[in-house]
Ligand binder design. Sequence first.
Ligand code: TYD
Ligand code: MG
Length: 466
Amino acid sequence: MAKVRTQFICQNCGTVHSRWAGKCDGCGEWNTIVEEDPTGGIGSGPGKVPKKGRAVTLTSLSGEIEEAPRIHTGISELDRATGGGFVRGSAVLIGGDPGIGKSTLLMQAAAALSRKGHRIIYVSGEEAVAQVRLRAQRLDAANTDVMLAAETNVEDILATIGEGKRPDLVIIDSIQTLWSDLADSAPGTVTQVRTGVQAMIRFAKQTGAAMVLVGHVTKEGQIAGPRVVEHMVDAVLYFEGDRGHHYRILRTVKNRFGPTDEIGVFEMSDRGLREVSNPSELFLGERNEKAPGAAVFAGIEGTRPVLVEVQALVAPTSLGTPRRAVVGWDSSRLAMILAVLEAHCGVRLGQHDVYLNVAGGYRISEPAADMAVASALVSSLAGLALPADCVYFGEVSLSGAIRPVAHTAQRLKEAEKLGFSAALLPAASADMPKGAGGRWTEIDSLPDLVARIAGSKSALRPADDE
Ligand code: TYD
Ligand code: MG
């Protein structure tokens, strides 16, 4: 019999080596070379006749579309983030920092679904049964029919959830604790997590149960994070928030069955997570309207407008390299705004430290916040408070022009609803509401904005006035 020669293939770039090495010559990566059997798989060596494949029926793109069958939790902020509820037969990954509230959210969802008559299984790999029960009591979920197991072995979990009537929803908390007999590495490693998640997804597809997987994200990336399984699941939600603040945001980053720009907003209380249906009121809660350096940004999150305060502090520095610190926004975007202010508006910030903060631990991802940031910076530098009843939005380009952004009408409507009577916005906005009169001021360039804030005192009032 001919000797079977094994191959060593780099898992990163696919280079085939004749012997194992620590570093791949092809891509320079370390520890990526794995021994594989060349007689397996498509295109394997001669002598092995591949099995003839079965032809599947080809179909057209048009035709009947089946609406994904969903399970609504009734927690509207959660349903909004998932795009209308959990989809049967799909797998959702909920990632987030440890301690942010993932287990709390899912216990509340489990209780809500169970009250509606769904069969829910909660598998906890991190906490003992008593701990989960304690939390359930606190969340007023103890009197529901949610079924609980404390288990980490993949085969045991599959046997448990596969027994009896099919569950409607299975929660695995968390994927980092899963381990399988089939993979021979330690629990928490990429191989174990991947094997476990694959088995859970297969169970969901076969039985039609919805699978919710919890994954911790670590900053160091030491433990296999949810990133390695993101491409395997149907939807990925991130639960974010600042430990120092009470509210939490459930953000959709991938969704095969719905939109990906929705957020759900919650507030952590002593009785669990509370839904926040009007986030603007929360983010604008403790505003000091007379302080310079604060501008209200009229933003959009998914389909919903969100008003949030952008705060800037510009202070002279004694350091050779001035400090630039940003919380809640992109720091390279801040560098860009500073450069445009310097190049086109003559605003010199080279001798100043700049601190930028988005109120309440909220994170802005829209470029439309540029104008609010620039306004806050100029206001802080000039020591002049911006008018308290004005909102700002618009994208700043490198040339100093203010570019229009989408959803103008929606932003203005929300601002009006919350008692803001003025707005500075880009000129030529497409969906500008008719007949708005002089309350909405169109700005076409950044120098124009700076002149308005720092130049004409009529539009402003000094900080220490009143
Ligand atoms: P948890 O859901 O255990 O976080 P995760 O599963 O993401 O690790 O929540 C942890 C935090 O939430 C913990 O610090 C306590 C707090 N918490 C409350 O403030 N109120 C509550 O009702 C509950 C259950 C938790
Ligand atoms: Mg937990």
